[in-house]
Design a binder for this molecule. Structure first.
Ligand SMILES: Nc1ncnc2c1ncn2[C@@H]1O[C@H](COP(=O)(O)OP(=O)(O)O)[C@@H](O)[C@H]1O
Ligand SMILES: O=P(O)(O)OC[C@H](O)CO
Length: 495
């Protein structure tokens, strides 16, 4: 029997997930476990690296058990992960020297301000495609090396390893034999030159990071070593979660795009083999690098509060009991009756990048009900994504013909219809919305011969539902204008 199964490990911000896929890209079994979030100070968010590893390892074993499979049934293992989250551990013992600093953690804002005043921001953007912002790993790694006693000297002596979550999992899965990452994860660190495809010595000097501690960068679809468990299966695919979702949505043609509606929203458009520098405050990033070492690039827009605004309706306002209840509640009114909700709870991401913006609800009257607010909350997710898409069309010069969607909130039909209305292009939801894990499985399957090529993978992508735009473009333009007005009132609030 040929080995036809692929084990995808999806290490997210709030939970670790594992899914076993068969060669038809169908999920055979899955398991998921949440882990503790640490908030040691305001604006700080940490994870225990041992929790990350323990939960991920446990769900992998659980999923394999549920599927009644042994390691020898696996053609390969794929890893996909929350990006930018930063870890440092001892090379000799594998012991972390600090908790993982999570992508949402803002502790390095003052350090970024200092770097800005030294005039480094433009060069950093030119080399990395990113912004000088606490979001990215380089600033967090600098913080750890500055704050853990003796860390920088130990790193210079080659005694410490830096890694994003993928590297930490690879290290543990291979029993400390492999210290590696892939170009998509490397391209989120502020230390990797996305044009040259290598760690950048000048950036390393600016961020005070010794080269000795960096992982080796291998192609996203290729050999990352053998697991000590799972029958010695090969880790054959690695990519950051948003990049894996783009791959899982089979966005192999230049100009195709996906939007993931999870906690935040992440819109990525595949832009081909040349990076496009954004003029509209988006990020340029490496989408993936497959066999033959051809790098594909993407433009990315990130919105910090997507589905999380619905969580707030549920847990903060106690307006609903479950996220899905937001849909009938919002549908009980024909429109928001002029109410706009700007969910800038933690500032605004792309394209505004305003950390001082705060949430706002405007247009309230005595007639406003919970239903209007719920509808405004759902619409805010679509408005933010529409702004990203406008910026993306302007940057890439490619007018998007359709948008592929996934993530928890993509199950909300009202939201998807409103999204299509605002964009004026069809919004397409595939049958399999676990596209992040699927993308990791595809990368591993491509390297191990389960799939012959991208064409074979594309044939597996099946539509669940297409939402056709039903609003006139005049009305959509007018609504976007009102949204911008509302956003302008939320900006700078916490200055
Ligand atoms: N039917 C729904 N309508 C609106 N939002 C939803 C719905 N179902 C889930 N969500 C939102 O989607 C998010 C969870 O999606 P998921 O893809 O699991 O996110 P993540 O991977 O970021 O944890 C939550 O913020 C939740 O509020
Ligand atoms: O873990 P998620 O799904 O919230 O994704 C996190 C992103 O990769 C952060 O850049």
């Amino acid at each position: 029997m040929p080995k036809r199964y692929l084990l995808a490990l999806d290490q997210g911000t709030t939970s670790s997930r594992a899914i076993v896929f068969n060669a038809d890209g169908e999920s055979v079994a899955s398991a998921q476990r949440e882990f503790t979030q640490f908030f040691p100070e305001s604006g700080w968010i940490e994870h225990d690296p041992n929790d990350i590893w323990a939960t991920q390892n446990a769900v992998a074993a659980e999923a394999m058990g549920k599927a009644s499979l042994r390691g020898r049934d696996l053609a390969g293992v794929g890893i996909t992960n929350q990006r930018e989250t930063t870890l440092v551990w001892e090379r000799k013992t594998g012991r972390p020297i600090h908790r993982a600093i999570v992508w949402q953690d803002r502790r390095t804002s003052k350090y970024c301000d200092r770097m800005h005043s030294e005039g480094k921001a433009n060069d950093i953007t030119q080399k990395t495609g990113l912004r000088l912002d606490p979001y990215f790993s380089g600033t967090k790694l600098h913080w750890i090396l500055d704050h853990v006693d003796g860390a920088r000297k130990a790193a210079e002596r080659g005694e410490l390893c830096f890694g994003t979550v993928d590297s930490w999992l690879i290290w543990n899965l291979t029993g400390g034999a492999v210290h590696a990452t892939d170009p998509s994860n490397a391209s989120r660190t502020l230390l990797y030159n996305i044009h040259e495809g290598q760690w950048d010595e000048e950036l390393l000097e600016w961020f005070g990071v010794p080269h000795e501690m960096l992982p080796e960068v291998r192609t996203s679809s290729g050999d990352f070593g053998e697991c000590t468990d799972f029958g010695g299966a090969t880790i054959a695919g690695v990519a950051g979660d948003q990049h894996a979702a783009l791959f899982g949505q089979t966005c192999f043609k230049k100009g195709t795009a996906k939007n993931t509606y999870g906690t935040g929203c992440f819109l990525l458009q595949q832009t081909g083999e040349k990076p496009i520098a954004s003029k509209n405050h988006l990020l340029t990033t490496i989408a993936w690098q497959t066999k033959g070492r051809r790098r594909k690039y993407a433009l990315e827009g990130s919105v910090f509060m997507g589905g999380a605004v619905i969580q707030w309706l549920r847990d903060g306002l106690r307006m609903i009991h479950t996220a899905s209840e937001s849909e009938p509640l919002a549908a009980s009114v024909p429109d928001t009756d002029g109410v706009m909700l700007v969910p800038a709870f933690t500032g605004l991401g792309a394209p505004h990048w305003d950390p001082t913006a705060r949430g706002a609800i405007v247009g309230l009257t005595r007639g406003t009900t919970a239903a209007h607010i719920a509808r405004a909350a759902l619409e805010s997710i679509a408005f933010q994504s529409a702004e990203l898409l406008e910026a993306m069309n302007a940057d890439s010069g490619i007018a998007l013909k359709e948008l592929r969607v996934d993530g928890g909130a993509s199950r909300n039909d009202l939201l998807m219809q409103f999204q299509a209305d605002l964009l004026g292009v069809p919004v397409i939801r595939p049958q399999n919305t676990e596209t992040t894990a699927l993308g990791a499985a595809y990368l591993a399957g491509l390297a191990t011969g389960v799939f012959a090529d991208e064409k074979a993978i594309s044939e597996q992508w099946k539509i669940d539902r297409t939402f056709e735009p039903a609003m006139s473009s005049d009305e959509a333009t007018e609504k976007m204008g009102v949204w911008r007005d509302a956003v302008s009132r939320a900006k700078g609030w916490a200055k």
